[in-house]
Ligand binder design. Structure first.
Ligand SMILES: [Zn+2]
Length: 353
C-alpha cells in the first residue's frame, strides 16, 4: 500500500470505536503497574526481564510465558491491587477508543495464591464501576477454567462465576493446557454453567487441531472460540461454525509471539473472514506481547492484507459476538456507524477501497 493511504488507514484505525472480547486481565496490566504492585507486596519480579529497547517485559529466552504469567498474578493480593489493575487496564483500552470489553480473569491463580474471590471481585468491581462512570467504557468478565488444575478447581470457578454475576461476570471460559486436557473432560461443569445462565467460551485450536475445536463447540456448547487456528484444515468444522454463528476471537500477534502460527502470512484470519465466519479481533495479553488492540488492527491491514471494509466488519463483529443485551448492541451499532461515517468523510476517499 502506498504510504499516504496507509497513514490514512492507520489514522482511521486509531480513531474508530472498538470492542475487545479476548483479553486477559493479568496479561494486560501495564508493566509500570505490575512493578508498583510488586514493590508494595514485596514480590520479586526480577524474573520479568525488561527489554531495554521497548521497555516491555520479555519472555521466551530467560523465562517462559506461563512463569511470567504466574509472576504477574502473584503481584495482585489486596482489594486495592485488583482495583488499580482493573482501572489501568480499562483506561488503556479507553485510550484506544474501546467502548466495550469482556475481560478474562483467572480465579484459580488467585485461589492458589490464597486470595479469596471476594477480594478479587470487590477490587475488580470497584475499578470497573469507576472507569465506567468516568470514561464511559463498559466491561464484563469471563472466569477462566484452567484445564490443568482439574475438576474441583473447575467446579469452584463455575460456582464463583455464578456468585459474581451481579458484579458483571457473564461467562466461563476454558483455558490453560490445551495439549494435555481435552474440552470433553469438563463437560459437566460447563453444562451446569450453561443451565444456570452463564455464557460459554473456550480457548481451542490454539496449539491443537480441529478435534479440540469440535470438542469445545459440541461438548461444551462454546459460543465463541479463542484462536481457532486448528480448524483451518477442516472444511466441515468451518462450515459448522459459520452456520451456527460461532464466533472465533482471533489474536494474530499472540499467535506469532507464542509460535502458534509460523508468521502473520500463515495466519488464517483473512481466509476465515472471507468465508463469512464471525471473526473478531483481539489482543489476548497485550502487555506481554508489547502490542495493543489498535496495533492488532494495524497488523490486520499491514500484515494480513485486510482492507477498510474488512476492518470495519471485524470491528462490528465484536459488537455482534459480545454477550450484550440487544438494546445495548443496537446503541453500539448506531454509535459505530456514525463514527465510521464521520471518519470516512474526514479522510480522503482512497480510504474507501
Ligand atoms: Zn487467551
Amino acid at each position: 500500500m502506498e504510504a499516504g493511504r496507509q497513514d490514512n488507514l492507520f489514522r482511521a484505525i486509531e480513531q474508530m470505536p472498538k470492542v475487545e472480547l479476548h483479553v486477559h486481565l493479568e496479561g494486560s496490566i501495564p508493566s509500570r503497574t505490575i512493578e508498583r504492585l510488586a514493590q508494595r507486596n514485596s514480590i520479586d519480579v526480577a524474573g520479568l526481564v525488561i527489554n531495554p529497547e521497548t521497555g516491555r517485559h520479555r519472555f521466551g529466552h530467560l523465562i517462559n510465558f506461563l512463569d511470567s504469567y504466574r509472576l504477574r498474578c502473584k503481584c495482585l493480593r489486596e482489594v486495592e491491587d485488583f482495583e488499580e489493575a482493573c482501572v489501568d487496564v480499562l483506561e488503556n483500552l479507553h485510550s484506544q477508543n474501546v467502548r466495550y470489553a469482556e475481560i478474562t480473569i483467572a480465579p484459580t491463580m488467585s485461589r492458589l495464591y490464597g486470595i479469596s474471590m471476594e477480594t478479587v471481585m470487590r477490587g475488580i468491581d470497584a475499578g470497573a464501576t469507576r472507569v465506567a462512570r468516568e470514561k464511559g467504557i463498559e466491561a464484563r468478565f469471563i472466569f477462566d477454567v484452567g484445564r490443568q488444575f482439574g475438576h474441583e478447581h473447575a467446579w469452584q470457578t463455575v460456582r464463583e462465576a455464578l456468585e459474581n454475576q451481579a458484579r458483571g461476570v457473564i461467562a466461563v471460559g476454558l483455558g490453560g493446557d490445551e495439549l494435555h486436557y481435552s474440552p470433553e473432560i469438563f463437560v459437566k461443569q460447563f453444562e451446569f454453567a450453561r443451565k444456570e445462565g452463564l455464557h460459554v467460551v473456550a480457548h481451542a485450536g490454539e496449539v491443537v487441531g480441529s478435534a479440540s475445536v469440535w470438542g469445545a463447540v459440541t461438548s461444551l456448547g462454546a459460543e465463541r472460540i479463542g484462536h481457532g487456528l486448528g480448524a483451518r484444515a477442516d472444511e466441515q468444522l468451518l462450515e459448522y461454525m459459520r452456520i451456527h454463528n460461532i464466533a472465533v476471537d482471533m489474536c494474530p500477534t499472540s499467535n506469532v509471539a507464542t509460535g502458534a502460527t509460523r508468521s502473520y502470512a500463515d495466519h488464517p484470519l483473512p481466509d476465515y473472514l472471507r468465508r463469512g465466519l464471525l471473526i473478531t479481533l483481539n489482543s489476548d495479553d497485550p502487555d506481554m506481547f508489547g502490542s495493543s488492540l489498535t496495533d492488532e488492527y494495524k497488523v490486520s491491514s499491514e500484515m494480513l492484507g485486510l482492507d477498510w471494509q474488512e476492518i470495519k466488519t471485524l470491528c462490528l463483529n465484536g459488537v455482534r459476538a459480545g454477550f450484550l443485551p440487544d438494546l445495548y448492541k443496537k446503541n453500539l451499532f448506531d454509535e459505530f456507524s456514525e463514527a465510521f461515517a464521520r471518519i470516512e468523510s474526514e479522510t480522503p476517499p482512497a480510504l474507501n477501497s
